[in-house]
Design a protein around this ligand. Structure first.
Ligand SMILES: Cc1cc2nc3c(=O)[nH]c(=O)nc-3n(C[C@H](O)[C@H](O)[C@H](O)COP(=O)(O)O)c2cc1C
Length: 189
């Protein structure tokens, strides 16, 4: 039996609409990140969940950034960016860098920022910060995939990452598995 809301797509079939795709991807829980960069003395950044590890040797990751935003061109120009994995107590920073608190606000007025290696702003007390040099840019319609080679990291063990799923910010709920999996932490919303 097909699920309640189901669109089947493929050659000769109806295309999946953007709205349905967005709804389906909304079920994909992600940690919330702030991607930053610096051009000269000017700092830029946006909130993003489209972040993924690519490979570990060499350590590379990717971020997907909308071309219509102001930070996109700055990352391409700077050739560097830092992925800040936002912690649960930094929700205000996530909202600020998403433009939710207004666009006139200096996004860097919240939180404490420092440099790791590239000069891209790294957020103190983030769950982690991953500083990268840009090695590839792949354009996909409205977005670019920026692939970064990791040159420095900082992490705060014990800080839980802020999550985003089904159109809401969410917190981890921790359980300890009793099924012989040690300290494995599971997520339940
Ligand atoms: C939870 C959440 C996740 C987001 N993820 C992304 C993302 O992965 N890529 C992106 O380009 N924009 C993403 N956005 C939207 C940007 O944060 C937003 O458009 C921001 O204002 C762009 O800033 P800019 O114009 O300075 O680049 C996300 C927003 C929210 C609230």
């Amino acid at each position: 039996m097909l699920p309640e809301k189901c669109t089947v797509s493929g050659p000769g079939l109806q295309p999946v609409g953007s709205q349905e795709f967005v709804q389906a991807m909304g079920q994909h829980a992600s940690s919330v990140c702030v991607i930053t960069t610096r051009v000269g003395q000017q700092r830029y950044g946006l909130t993003a969940t489209a972040v993924s590890s690519v490979c570990t040797s060499p350590p590379r990751l990717l971020v997907c950034v909308n071309k219509s935003g102001s930070t996109h061109a700055k990352i391409a120009e700077a050739g560097r960016f830092c992925v800040n994995v936002i912690s649960e107590d930094q929700e205000q920073i996530a909202k600020c860098f998403a433009g939710i608190m207004g666009n006139d606000l200096d996004r860097f007025s919240f939180g404490n920022w420092h440099d790791l290696a590239t000069g891209s702003p790294a957020l103190l007390d983030a769950a982690s910060a991953i500083d990268c040099t840009l090695v590839h840019q792949i354009d996909q319609f409205s977005h670019s995939i920026f692939i970064g080679e990791v040159v420095a990291v900082s992490l705060r063990p014990g800080k839980d990452a802020l999550l985003y799923a089904a159109r809401r910010f969410r917190y981890l709920r921790k359980t300890v598995s009793t099924e012989g999996m040690g300290d494995l932490e599971s997520l339940y919303f």
